[in-house]
Design a protein around this ligand. Sequence first.
Ligand code: CP
Ligand code: NVA
Length: 308
Amino acid sequence: MNSFLDIHTTGKADLRAMIDSARRMKDARNGRPKGAPDDDLPLKNRMVALIFEKPSTRTRVSFDVGVRQLGGQTMILSGADLQLGHGETIADTARVLSRFVDMIMIRTFEEATLQEMAEHASVPVINGLTNRTHPCQIMADILTYEEHRGSIAGKKVVWSGDGNNVCASLMQAAGQFGFDFTFTGPPTLDPEQVWVDFARGQGVKVEIERDPVKAVEGADLVVTDTWVSMHDPQSAKERRHNQLRAYQVNEALMVHAKPDALFMHCLPAHRDEEVTSAVMDGPNSVVFDEAENRLHAQKAVMRWCLGV
Ligand code: CP
Ligand code: NVA
């Protein structure tokens, strides 16, 4: 039994095996209806709790559909409906849920909530996003890059914008999957130094470049995300937009990347803020494959967690 809490705390061989398994499962579905089960049903008779303390479209739907395709059942719980951290401790909630369900996926605010849940649950816990990281997203992103362009090892990946939770997991993946990483954004929104150090410690090149044009030179993949995350105060919106406007991913920026560079965004996107519609709907954008691949990547994650 394994919990999937972060990319840097999961072994490289396990990460690679999950991506390869996701690819095989995706290929094996072979255009069958989305509601049809897979050929094998490793989650048969298993119940999975999906807890959301923040809104979600992709994570909610992809986990729900993924569990069903694997033959299991889901229970979607909103933070407001539970006694989570209000009526009782996270630890006690973890102990109680573990008596009813075989696995817990949680989207929450503080990383400490996820960690407390994992520490006290006797079933696997999956990180469905915290203020600090979003590992399931990045598993889908690696799968997406590789199905379009082959191995991501040795490639140059550029993040333009806010050094947020998705950026953090991507930097962890740089270390684990062996690709170079350049961050471009204002110094006030830099990613945490601990992720820079982690990736460099694995032997990959990590650069912080304030000039977005220089940053994307030679890029194989350009990635961005919203300028205001769900945990950021709305009062910070105007200041953040002013700081980040120069880091918008638009056609003028993309011409400096390699001609076949892919564009990714975890979605939801704010069109014509962090990315223009021309790029998002353009030939190099793979954002909707990326969204679909949440399903396939997470099915592999869940099987790894349960060892089935
Ligand atoms: N990318 C992502 O996690 O989307 P949702 O917030 O819709 O789940
Ligand atoms: N950085 C965004 C990602 C949403 C999937 C957020 O945390 O709101």
